[in-house]
Design a protein around this ligand. Structure first.
Ligand code: TRP
Length: 338
């Protein structure tokens, strides 16, 4: 592989359907890179990672594998260009994880801001966090480096995890000789999308998400529930634009920025009702989601086809993984019988 070549790897945890936060956070960048990247593209369904905090709910993870594959395909992922595979079916990733675990300390893992936040969110108290969950940044480094990826589209919240990947690259290269390139995260220009309730992050577990598969009416209902300005009671009252969820979404999705600027002025002065504004947003979001929903419905009618895509992708992914692990083991002097 040439150093300048862009090899892309990205992934989703299969724990449920994907939402608009995923779309903006990383799916859009995946699709852009699908057009522009000079090297190979990999998309991984991270079922092993999903199990790190869902060990007791394998049925949920199993069902969500199909869901996240459908969501990505519906958005425009092309299996001819992007190798789509299932993490658990590439044993080399697990092997590399074990080797990497020696290069990382428990205290470093506990300090990882992403892991810390997630531990809080998931309600693990004290030392009760599963060891597998605590060390998922190590397994994620293995996800990426098993394929020698150097561009990784992710949501902003994943940056500290990727920083750990680069620490692992440095340690590995220092100890065993130059093997891996440092990686570059690819983050969305909009930052993170807030939930419909105004909380900092859209998330399934916070129950504040608009899913890519939501029906038109459901999108409308959710937009109608969006947090705006609690002091803006009557249309004639002056309203606040900052912290107003409807405006923060319009800032991202409204194709007419001039029109939006006028609406903001009107809202601030008074004379623009929330419902009018929300109807505009719902229509805009439904325009974005219509083609995705349509394609998703078609694909969902033939789940075997989707599983065939994943099976073929997994077979291809294994070939690359085998080659890389052979080199890793040589570097680590554990290539006994060659
Ligand atoms: N941790 C990522 C998330 O929660 C999913 C993921 C797993 C991933 N392995 C990856 C993303 C490798 C990028 C690269 O969204």
């Amino acid at each position: 592989m040439k150093n300048s070549e862009e090899t892309v790897l990205t992934g989703d945890r299969p724990t449920g359907k994907l939402h608009l936060g995923h779309f903006l956070g990383s799916i859009e960048n995946r699709l852009k890179l699908q057009k522009t990247a000079s090297g190979k593209l990999f998309y991984m369904i991270a079922d092993v990672q999903a199990l790190t905090d869902n060990a007791e709910d394998p049925a949920k993870v199993r069902a969500a594998v199909l869901d996240v594959a459908l969501d990505n395909l519906a958005c425009g992922m092309d299996p001819k260009k992007t190798t789509m595979f299932i993490q658990s079916q590439v044993q080399e990733i697990a092997e590399l994880t074990i080797f990497f675990l020696n290069l990382v300390t428990i205290s470093r893992l506990k300090q990882n801001p992403t892991v810390k936040t997630e531990i809080e969110q998931k309600g693990f108290k004290g030392e009760s966090v599963p060891a597998g969950f605590l060390m998922y940044p190590v397994s994620q480094a293995a996800d990426i480096l098993t394929f020698r990826a150097n561009r990784v589209p992710v949501g902003e919240d994943q940056l500290p995890v990727l920083e750990q990947t680069n620490e692992i690259v440095d340690s590995f290269n220092r100890i065993y000789g130059k093997t891996f390139d440092r990686i570059k995260p690819v983050v969305a220009k909009h930052g993170r999308l807030m939930g419909i309730d105004g909380k900092a992050k859209m998330s399934k577990s916070l129950n504040n998400a608009i899913f890519l598969a939501d029906k038109e009416e459901v999108v409308e209902e959710k937009v109608m529930k969006m947090y705006t300005d609690p002091k803006h009671v009557h249309a004639s009252d002056p309203g606040k634009v900052e912290g107003n969820v409807v405006f923060s979404y319009l800032d991202i999705f409204d194709p007419d920025p001039k029109g939006l600027a006028k609406l903001k002025q009107q809202y601030k002065k008074g004379g623009l009702g929330d419902v009018v504004l929300k109807k505009r947003l719902a229509a805009i979001l439904n325009d974005v989601l219509d083609p995705i929903r349509e394609r998703r419905r078609e694909l969902a009618g033939d789940p075997n086809l989707v599983m065939d895509i994943l099976e073929e992708g997994t077979r291809k992914a294994r070939q690359t993984a085998r080659e890389v692990l052979r080199e890793v083991k040589t570097k680590m002097k554990i290539n006994y019988f060659q």
